[in-house]
Design a protein around this ligand. Structure first.
Ligand SMILES: CC(C)(COP(=O)(O)OP(=O)(O)OC[C@H]1O[C@@H](n2cnc3c(N)ncnc32)[C@H](O)[C@@H]1OP(=O)(O)O)[C@@H](O)C(=O)NCCC(=O)NCCS
Length: 186
């Protein structure tokens, strides 16, 4: 049971053609693409990627507020770093990503979406660790991670390429399963 999944006042649910059309109404706006790695998307390719995915390591949902799609949340499982002896590290880690319609920004929705992705990772998938990265200048994004208790593990100086700004700083955040279980209110 990956979706539907409550996310604060929102519900993360499977993609539908209508829901994806709602996302496409704002997905390519400059205030959304400014700090994304995958900037503008082709609508047809976007729809078919969301609707045809059968990758068991990829979990992407639409964030629904009473029938209005206000955001998206994604989680990608991958191997952690590990020695070849044993396989505890295989599929033990995930990265997460989130987008919110600018018309609905600043209301805690990304925090709710990312919180639901952490719950998916740790409570349902039993993962060991979750990470997320962003441009250092994307304050709203790293505020979301810090509000959820993720730790800034890397400040990469000039490690991230931005099409307009050139080489800029990036942050990587991380959280372990035991930290999630021990979080305040957890
Ligand atoms: C980043 C994004 C997901 C945030 O969504 P959101 O729903 O507005 O986030 P929330 O309301 O949950 O939290 C945002 C926090 O950042 C703060 N914030 C936003 N802009 C800020 C700024 N310029 N300076 C300081 N704080 C800022 C908000 O005040 C809030 O923190 P608070 O609750 O302590 O006040 C959304 O703006 C977005 O989709 N942006 C475009 C895509 C993107 O960059 N995605 C992340 C890729 S790494």
């Amino acid at each position: 049971m990956t979706w539907p999944r409550p996310a604060g006042p929102l519900v993360l649910r499977p993609p539908t053609p209508d829901g994806l059309d709602q996302v496409l109404a704002w997905r390519n706006r400059p205030e959304v693409t400014r700090w994304l790695l995958r900037t503008e998307v082709d609508p047809d390719a976007f729809r078919s990627a969301w609707l045809s995915t059968d990758d068991p390591h990829s979990h992407s949902g639409l964030a629904d507020l009473d029938g209005v799609v206000v955001g998206t949340g994604s989680l990608w499982v991958r191997d952690a770093m590990g020695q070849t002896q044993g396989d505890a590290w295989r599929g033990a880690e995930a990265s997460i990503g989130y987008l919110v319609d600018p018309a609905h920004a600043g209301r805690g929705y990304a925090t709710a979406i990312a919180g639901a992705l952490l719950e998916l990772a740790f409570a349902e998938l039993g993962l060991h660790r979750v990470t997320a990265g962003c441009f250092a200048a994307n304050t709203a994004s790293w505020r979301v991670m810090e509000k959820l208790g993720l730790r800034r593990e890397q400040h990469g100086v000039g490690d991230s390429w931005h099409a307009e700004l050139g080489w800029v700083d990036g942050y990587t955040y991380g959280m372990l399963a035991e930290e999630w279980r021990g979080r305040p209110g957890g």
